[in-house]
Design a protein around this ligand. Structure first.
Ligand SMILES: Cc1cc2nc3c(=O)[nH]c(=O)nc-3n(C[C@H](O)[C@H](O)[C@H](O)COP(=O)(O)OP(=O)(O)OC[C@H]3O[C@@H](n4cnc5c(N)ncnc54)[C@H](O)[C@@H]3O)c2cc1C
Length: 475
């Protein structure tokens, strides 16, 4: 083993855990991953969608998109994952160049290439890569049920306790247990309280995958429509599938009927940009019933307080550290970013475990703070709009920036490749989300475009009253 090699125990084989295992194995570390969910024998990504139950990952069959940042990290650190995706027939797609004429494209636009996949097929490629890597030990199905903690001075995590009494000693433990990770509860029982910022997304997700019939709209444009009371949007999939989702306010009880297939189909079919996507002739046929997820929250946990990590030897990654409204499609990219940060941190030689722990959080905290702040702000602004409330003083600047994006940048981006790049860099997390208007040229062009755009809502579908009339009677 390389002299910098550490014994690393990873709780959870989701996106963060599998990514971290691959990146760390390359760094010469001895990696053991513990995963509680059972995985059946699976042929390909299409079968993974139906046959692979992930009881611990409730969003498993919800529409997901995997951003260009995810693809870029995998290409740089674990290209075998992209090879598995390719062998499974899963395509890469460059949303930027698909909009630009050839003469406006630049070589660096390749960075905008993303993966067209559902979550099970994406995770299957990660999982197959881990299974094929003899340097990684995968212990599954097995459940971590506690931490091995020493508490001389600041608590130090020294491994993991498994159900049945086995233990796994480690120099470093990675918590990749997802949004419902039990680790914070274990720490609380040991007297270590982990502070958290939380804000409800106020967004209920009604999602469905369809399989394209004939030449359905699998990669054509991926429209979205904000109706002012709900949002409809579309996702690329794999094996001829694509997703369509409707996001609505949890407080608006009248829209809860969208959990029924008939209601979901009626509303989606009444939105011009989406109607073709849910039509069985021009679009596709559903491969699942409507999947509903409510109670979503933006959450950021603080494992560093007053500049000092709460424990040494515990690195928290992915959703366990920070979750944002899935509407923004950032979660998998952030999980892989944390995995890369953990690998880079442990590549530092000659530093002790407390120093490595602090270095890991130093490398991920600023972005976690920024993403939490941005997602929470965008969710608040949407709630004010949907509730018809006045924007409070504290959010006036953010509302002005959002207005500049929706009435200035987005309309202008359809005609200006540089603005389109700026917008898509932000959406794909190719640059920090809060720096969009730091470039004075982007700001000036967006302001000029906004000056030409009429204020007021653009009609993208039925009014709320028309929608409620459509949803009033079950067939
Ligand atoms: C409705 C919805 C839609 C989403 N859409 C998108 C999208 O379009 N794009 C995007 O990038 N992200 C999306 N996300 C977010 C994305 O799914 C998550 O960010 C991502 O799964 C985080 O990966 P993770 O590895 O941190 O956690 P998870 O994927 O949740 O993995 C956690 C793993 O830990 C295991 N585990 C937990 N506890 C234990 C234990 N005690 N012992 C052993 N194993 C354990 C679990 O079994 C699981 O395998 C969406 C989320 C939701 C809710």
């Amino acid at each position: 083993m390389d002299v910098s090699g550490r014994r690393v125990a990873v709780i959870g084989a989701g996106v963060a855990g599998l990514g971290a295992a691959l990146f760390l194995a390359d760094g010469g570390h001895e990696v053991t991953v513990v995963e509680q969910d059972v995985m059946p024998g699976i042929g390909d990504g299409d079968e993974a969608f139906t046959a692979w139950e992930r009881r611990s990952v409730p969003q498993w069959r919800f529409a997901h998109s995997f951003s260009a940042r995810s693809r870029g990290i995998l290409e740089a650190r674990a290209p075998q994952v992209l090879a598995h995706l390719k062998a499974d027939g899963i395509e890469m797609f460059n949303a930027l160049t698909s909009f630009l004429p050839a003469e406006a494209q630049r070589p660096e636009d390749a960075a905008f290439t993303a993966v067209l996949s559902r979550r099970p097929a994406f995770e299957l490629a990660l999982r197959r890569s881990v299974e094929a890597d003899s340097r990684i030990r995968l212990v599954t199905p097995a459940r971590a049920e506690g931490l091995l903690l020493s508490s001389e001075g600041r608590p130090r995590v020294e491994g993991v306790r498994l159900t049945g009494g086995a233990t796994l000693a480690a120099d470093i433990v990675l918590d990749c247990g997802g949004r419902r990770s039990p680790v914070t509860g274990w720490l609380a029982s040991a007297g270590v309280d982990v502070p958290a910022d939380r804000q409800a997304c106020e967004f209920t997700y009604y999602s469905r995958y369809l399989r394209a019939t004939g030449d359905g709209p699998v990669t054509s444009g991926f429209p979205r429509a904000d109706l002012g009371y709900v949002i409809c949007w579309t996702f690329p999939g794999d094996h001829g599938t694509y997703g369509v989702a409707i996001g609505g306010p949890p407080w608006d009880k009248e829209f809860k009927v969208l959990r029924h297939n008939w209601a979901w189909e009626r509303l989606a079919g009444a939105v011009p940009a989406i109607a073709g996507w849910v039509d069985p002739v021009t679009g596709g046929v559903p491969v699942q019933d409507v999947q509903v997820m409510a109670g979503l929250t933006n959450q950021r946990r603080h494992f560093v307080v007053d500049g000092v990590p709460l424990t040494a030897g515990l690195l928290v990654l992915g959703d366990a550290l920070c979750t944002t409204n899935p509407f923004f499609g950032w979660g998998a990219s952030i999980a892989l970013t944390h995995a890369a940060a953990a690998a880079d941190t442990l590549a530092r030689r000659g530093e002790d475990i407390p120093a490595l722990t602090a270095a890991y959080y130093d490398s991920v905290e600023a972005e976690a703070a920024s993403l939490y702040r941005s997602a929470s702000t965008m969710d608040r602004l949407r709630s004010y709009r949907w509730r018809g409330e006045t924007v409070p003083d504290a959010d006036v600047d953010a509302a002005e920036e959002e207005d500049l994006i929706t009435r200035g940048l987005i309309p202008a981006a359809t005609k200006d490749p540089d603005l389109l790049r700026a917008l898509m860099r932000r959406m794909a997390l190719l640059e920090p989300v809060e720096t969009l208007f730091d470039d004075p040229v982007v700001r000036a062009k967006a302001e000029a475009a906004r000056a030409q755009t009429q204020a007021g809502a653009v009609t993208m579908g039925p009014s709320r009253e028309e929608a409620l009339a459509l949803l009033a009677a079950a067939p």
